[in-house]
Design a protein around this ligand. Sequence first.
Ligand SMILES: Nc1ncnc2c1ncn2[C@@H]1O[C@H](COP(=O)(O)OP(=O)(O)OP(=O)(O)O)[C@@H](O)[C@H]1O
Ligand SMILES: [Mg+2]
Length: 158
Amino acid sequence: MTLAVYPGSFDPLTNGHVDIILRGARLFDRIVVAILKNAEKAPLFTMAERVDIIRSVFKEQPNVEVDTFDGLLVDFVAKRNAQVIVRGLRAVSDFEYEFQMALMNQRLNDRIQTIFMTPAEQYTYISSRLIKEVFALGGRVHGLVPDMVEARLREKVG
Ligand SMILES: Nc1ncnc2c1ncn2[C@@H]1O[C@H](COP(=O)(O)OP(=O)(O)OP(=O)(O)O)[C@@H](O)[C@H]1O
Ligand SMILES: [Mg+2]
C-alpha cells in the first residue's frame, strides 16, 4: 500500500491543487492532504475552514484524506507511515525552491521520495495568493477554484 502526503497551506484550495490531488489519488492507494499549521501568520481561512473545504470537495473520493501538521514534514510523513511526498510544479519558478526542499528532505530521511506532478495546462498559473489578490480587488475567480471556495470567499471578503 503506497501512501502519499501532499503538503501545503491551501489558503484556499484552488483547482490547481484539486487537479494534483486527483492525479495523486489515481496513482497512489491513498493521498493525505496535509495542511501546514502556522505557515502564514495571518491566513485568510482558519485551519478548521481549510480542513472543512478540502473534506467537502473530496467527500466522494474515499482515498483522499485531510490532516494537519507542524514541525518537520519528513517527521509527519514518517509518523503517517507514508512513502511519498507529492509536490506540484507549475513553472520553472517553482523548480529551484522545490528542488532544494526535496534534496533537504531526502537528506533528512532517505526512505521518503518526493514526486513532482504537473497540473492540467489551464491551471499552471494559479496560486492561492493570486486568487486572494484578484478576488479582493473584485476580479472573477470562477473556474479557478471549487464553487465552495468561491462561495466562502464571497462570505469572507464580500
Ligand atoms: N496551480 C497549481 N498547479 C500545480 N501545483 C500547484 C498549483 N498551486 C499550488 N501547487 C503546488 O501545491 C503545493 C502546495 O502549495 P501551496 O499551498 O503553497 O499553494 P500555493 O497556491 O502556491 O499558495 P501560495 O500562493 O499561498 O503560496 C506546492 O507543491 C505547489 O507547488
Ligand atoms: Mg506556494
